[in-house]
Structures are given as C-alpha cells and as structure tokens.
Design a protein around this ligand. Structure first.
Ligand code: GLN
Length: 244
C-alpha cells in the first residue's frame, strides 16, 4: 500500500503580509509535493493566534508595507519564543521582505520610526537616510533582480520593491549575490539570507513559482527533516523544474 506523507504549513500573518501574492509560494510547494505523493495542509496563523513550534514543517512569513509591519510587530512578541524555538530546531521557513525584516533586530520605516523585530536572526534594517544612502538617488529599490548562490551555483530571478536597507549579521549568509538589481541594501551585493533552514529574500510575490529550483530545495529540506529515510532529492529531481 502507498505510504502517505503529509506536511503541515503555517502561513504567518497571511491576511496582512501578502504583498504581490506571496501566498503563491505555498501553491508552488503544493504543486511539487503533489507530484511526489505528499499532501500539504496549510493554516493561517495571524494576530492573537498561537504558534505551536512542534506542529509545523514549513512556515511562510510574507511581505507587507510599513503600516502592516507595525501591526504585526505588536503581535509578534507573543509568538517570538515559539518562533525562535522553531528556527533553532532547524525548522524550514521562507521570509519575504517585511517578514524577513521583522525576524531581525529592527527595521526603520520610511518616516524614520524604528520598529522592533524579534531578533530571531542577527540582521537589521535601516531606512533610506542611513549613512546618506539616499545619495544613491534610488529612494526605493525597485525592479527586476537576478542573484546567484555561490555555493550551489543556482540562479534566482524575481522582483524587488523596498525602501529598507538590510544588513546581515552573525551566522547569516546571503541567499545569493546580486547579478542584476539592488538586493539587501544596494551596497554590498548581498541578497536575502540563509540561516539554518531559514531562507529570506526581498523577492516579492511567488518567488517559488518562478524559481522551481528553490522550491525543490525548500521542499527537500522540509521532507528530509520529517521523513529522513526517503531520498526526497532524487524524487524531486525526477520531475521537471518549472519556471512560470
Ligand atoms: N517596510 C518595507 C520596506 O522596506 C516593506 C517592504 C515590503 O514588504 N514591500 O519598504
């Protein structure tokens, strides 16, 4: 009899942090999972909800604008302990833009207000006036972006739109180096972050539909953690990598 595999996803603040349809990332993972006989159950975890660190096999924390981030930042401390436990226990997580910013120490909004993150990771986000960065002439960092991961050699393509300038910290490496576009801060050619099994990026919308290679990498990470006896990498290799 066919063995049934199942992953539980949490879509963190998916009703508030979903700029450009970050939800599509869950659809992309569901698509690949369906091809290899894995079921996905996805739950919205939002304001006032408990985040149970033992329940989930993958977490999506999408992007939002400054206003939504201030609302989420007030609720996030209630979930911080559980989220940090999940991350430190090698839980797979994809954080986009605002979600990426709030997992760090702080972010400074366009109007100069400092919003505290949960310091689950060591990066911080300054605003466009930081160190006179506005002299770059680019107030917001907007446009198509291509990056390359120097370790895997994989290239990822996407679209960025942010004013925050993020600087990585201890034990964090970039998701990739910028080949075209701005990246984390427009200064040091880093884009996104990898820390344990957390992947962060400024790529908006369904980054995983456009980058099937990254979708497969994240799905493999989640499946290896829950079902370590199966060869998930080979199973996923045997199906075509889509780029929509
Ligand atoms: N506060 C963010 C900024 O830096 C919002 C980014 C986003 O999620 N689009 O602009």
């Amino acid at each position: 009899m066919l063995k049934k595999y199942k992953l539980n996803f949490a879509h963190l603040y998916g009703d508030l942090m979903n700029t450009y349809g970050d939800w599509g990332n869950i659809l992309a993972l569901k698509y690949y999972a369906s091809k290899i006989g894995v079921d996905i159950n996805s739950e919205l975890i939002s304001l006032g909800d408990e985040f149970n660190s033992n329940k989930y096999d993958f977490v999506l924390f999408g992007g939002g604008q400054d206003y939504e981030e201030t609302i989420v930042a007030k609720d996030l401390p209630n979930k911080a302990k559980a989220l940090i436990k999940y991350i430190e226990n090698n839980g797979p997580l994809l954080a986009v833009c605002g979600g990426f910013q709030l997992l760090g120490h702080y972010m400074v909004m366009a109007d100069g207000t400092k919003v505290n993150g949960i310091s689950a990771m060591d990066h911080y986000t300054e605003n466009l006036h930081f160190k006179g960065l506005i002299k770059n002439k680019e107030k917001r960092l907007i446009g198509n972006i291509t990056i390359k991961n120097p370790v895997t050699g994989e290239e990822y393509h996407g679209f960025e739109n942010h004013q925050g300038r993020t600087f990585l910290g201890k034990n964090e490496i970039p998701l990739g180096q910028v080949l075209e576009g701005f990246g984390n801060n427009g200064e040091d050619i880093s884009e996104g972050v990898i820390y344990k099994n957390v992947f962060g990026s400024y790529f908006h919308g369904p980054i995983l539909t456009r980058n099937g290679n990254l979708a497969k990498r994240i799905l493999t990470t989640a499946l290896n953690k829950k079902y370590p006896k199966e060869d998930w990498e080979s199973k996923l290799k045997s199906i075509p990598t889509e780029s929509f």
